[in-house]
Write a protein that binds this ligand. Structure first.
Ligand code: B4P
Length: 202
């Protein structure tokens, strides 16, 4: 399995870039945010449980998310190219992912962190709130989500940097520019067509 992770603050454009990467480079796309919204729409107990967290801008508890992702990864063929979008978002999630993959002789191959300044994030979330009807896209909720990001997700930058797997992409450009930067980064750091993927980058 080849495994790529997208990191970045809420609204930076992880899902937007993922959609184009999946279409053009043949990755399977697992977005925890999308899975959680599907669960909400289904009205299941799980969906009801996660709604209070998402609507207040908090992260869903680690144990629920880890179980969700591990059960999906368990169903994948060894040849899968997987793009994880929005997972991991905390250190315990990152450690659980590494341990789970190691049990199957796999690992995270590349982590791409998308970066943009806060004004741009606010602008993009405002835009999305007018089109997507997401209940967590209010300015108040965004404030909580940004606080959660700085407190819980930002430490993952150092975690993956110390593993030599982190690449940063400037996500302030246009959709085409961001897609092109991500595509180039994948081309440079992830092997394709049977080559060995680079395990560590300086
Ligand atoms: P997510 O669904 O992951 O949402 P996000 O981080 O807000 O958005 P993303 O970065 O994907 O932005 P998008 O492409 O839409 O998470 C939602 C919630 O689920 C979390 O707050 C949390 O509660 C929960 N959750 C998810 N994963 C979890 C986990 N692992 N652990 C615990 N809880 C978890 O882009 C935003 C807007 O910008 C769009 O309108 C887009 O069109 C626009 N845009 C994107 N790129 C652009 C560009 N280059 N130029 C101009 N506009 C752009």
């Amino acid at each position: 399995m080849q495994l790529l992770v997208f990191l970045g603050p809420p609204g930076v454009g992880k899902g937007t870039a993922a959609e184009r990467i999946v279409t053009s480079l043949g990755f399977l796309w697992l977005s925890t945010g999308d899975r959680l919204r599907e669960a909400q729409r289904s009205g299941s107990l799980f969906g009801q449980r996660v709604t209070e967290y998402m609507n207040s801008g908090r992260l869903v508890p680690d144990e629920l998310i880890i179980e969700l992702v591990e059960s999906e990864i368990a169903t994948l063929a060894p040849s899968t190219r997987l793009l994880l979008d929005g997972f991991p978002r905390t250190l315990p999630q990152a450690i659980a992912l590494d341990e789970n993959l190691a049990r199957h002789a796999n690992q995270v191959d590349l982590v791409i962190e998308l970066q943009a300044d806060q004004d741009e994030l606010v602008r993009r979330i405002r835009g999305r709130s007018q089109t997507d009807g997401r209940t967590d896209d209010t300015l108040e909720t965004l404030q909580h989500r940004l606080e959660e990001f700085h407190r819980q997700t930002a430490p993952l930058t150092e975690y993956y940097q110390s593993q030599g797997k982190l690449q940063v992409v400037d996500a302030r450009g246009s959709l085409d520019e961001v897609f092109e930067s991500v595509r180039l980064c994948i081309g440079e750091y992830l092997a394709v067509d049977g080559e060995d993927a680079p395990r560590h980058h300086d």
